[in-house]
Design a protein around this ligand. Structure first.
Ligand SMILES: [Zn+2]
Length: 404
């Protein structure tokens, strides 16, 4: 008989692991804290905390470090996660390049390398190169506990294939699970880029705690979003939940590759922005730039310098991002929306318009409770997200994955 997830029970061993995970996850966020702090945050009794922490220390997952200030003037022993002994490899795969980084589970980066490829290259050759580079890093860094992959959406996570990638159809035949899951002697976890970004903000973003829900709004070559709700990534049945880039904002608009009409992605992705720039800014041509990031940065710098047409163009993009935020708020009710990827380079040029649209179009009682921010992660959110995918998994099962 099929086990129904929602009503499946928890065995005692599952509960023990859940409590260990709760403590480990708090330590990942807090850097150093006392047993009493953890008791307050988890609702577990002091006696339970003492017992679980003793095991985590014995396993080498947690260490005692000096004293922290406790209640009143009392000093308590500080606890911290042995993050540097637990490394993860993050792999970001996108339309023109893949990047691989080695991080620890606190988000500290150790190394990062990028490889560009062209859409004409044979997909399997690119895959072989990725595997070779990952093997090299595994030989060099012995404490890697897991590998996370961030791939463009919509990614069918149970099947392992990207359902549709604008402008790169040859990659649709690549099955990421078959290619990577069994290639290394480390666990491999794969999610789509926007979900990866959401986890990067969740684990490594500095948004204050406790946070209950977060939406990551990916605005780059594609438009997408990732939602963390109640401490969990929202996946849906196939893994394509929260694909806001393909929500129709004009039912009679131009036909999108996905089959829908007037998809949000057609109005505020880098493709849309650069097409508009070529129409509106005299002499502007995407071809004059090495890549889309540089081309978009040029548009933003023109706007900052007061070029009226560039200002108008950026404002239009911001309006569409605003419509995207309205949809995110109405659909997922997040506490915070973090906008990331190439378009977020517009930073202060975008936020006033986005906030205005949200204020105009969402009930005040709701809009006043949502904070909209631009990502401030020090590393590319998708690559960071690939590391966060692996981090998220290992922190949920510390006894299974973390170095003992
Ligand atoms: Zn579409």
């Amino acid at each position: 008989m099929k086990k129904i997830k929602e009503v499946a029970g928890n065995n005692t061993s599952d509960l023990v692991e859940m409590n260990r995970s709760a403590i480990v996850r708090i330590l990942q966020q807090m850097d150093v804290c006392s047993r009493a702090d953890i008791a307050k945050m988890t609702g577990l009794t002091q006696a339970s905390i003492t017992k679980i922490v003793a095991v985590l220390i014995e396993m080498g997952i947690v260490t005692e470090v000096g004293f922290v200030k406790g209640n009143g003037n009392r000093r308590s022993i500080g606890l911290r996660l042995n993050a540097e002994q637990n490394l993860v490899i993050g792999v970001k795969f996108s339309r023109h390049l893949f990047s691989i980084g080695v991080f620890d589970i606190s988000g500290k980066i150790y190394t990062q390398q990028e490889t560009e490829f062209s859409l004409e290259e044979v997909a399997l050759d690119v895959v072989a190169d990725m595997k070779r580079q990952i093997h090299e890093l595994l030989n060099k860094y012995e404490n890697v506990v897991a590998i996370g992959f961030a791939v463009p959406g919509p990614y069918l996570r149970k099947i392992g294939r990207i359902a549709m990638v604008t402008r790169m159809p040859s990659w649709q035949s690549i099955n990421f699970i078959n290619e990577f899951k069994y290639e290394f002697d480390k666990p491999v976890f794969i999610e789509q880029d926007a979900n990866a970004g959401a986890l990067a903000e969740w684990w490594f973003g500095n948004h204050g705690r406790p946070l209950n829900s977060l939406a990551y709004f990916l605005a780059g070559e594609g438009i997408g979003s990732g939602i963390v709700d109640n401490d969990r990534l929202l996946l849906g049945n196939l893994g394509i939940a929260s694909e806001v880039g393909h929500i129709s904002i004009d039912v009679n608009g131009p036909t999108c590759e996905c089959g829908n009409k007037g998809c949000l992605e057609m109005y505020c992705s880098t493709t849309a922005m650069l097409k508009k720039a070529e129409e509106m800014l005299p002499g502007f041509s995407e071809k004059d730039f090495d890549n889309r990031l540089d081309a978009c940065k040029k548009v933003f710098s023109e706007a900052r310098e007061g070029n009226k047409e560039a200002v108008k163009l950026v404002e239009k993009i911001a309006e569409y991002l605003g419509y995207g935020c309205v949809t995110l708020i109405n659909a997922y009710d997040p506490e915070i929306i973090v906008i990331g990827d190439i378009i977020s380079q517009g930073k202060e040029l975008l936020l006033p318009t986005i906030n205005r649209i949200v204020k105009e179009r969402v009930l005040p009682e709701i809009s006043s409770k949502v904070q909209i921010k631009i990502s401030e992660l020090p590393v590319d959110p998708t690559l960071y997200g690939a590391a966060a995918i692996a981090t998220d998994k290992v922190l949920r099962k510390p006894s299974e994955y973390l170095v003992k």
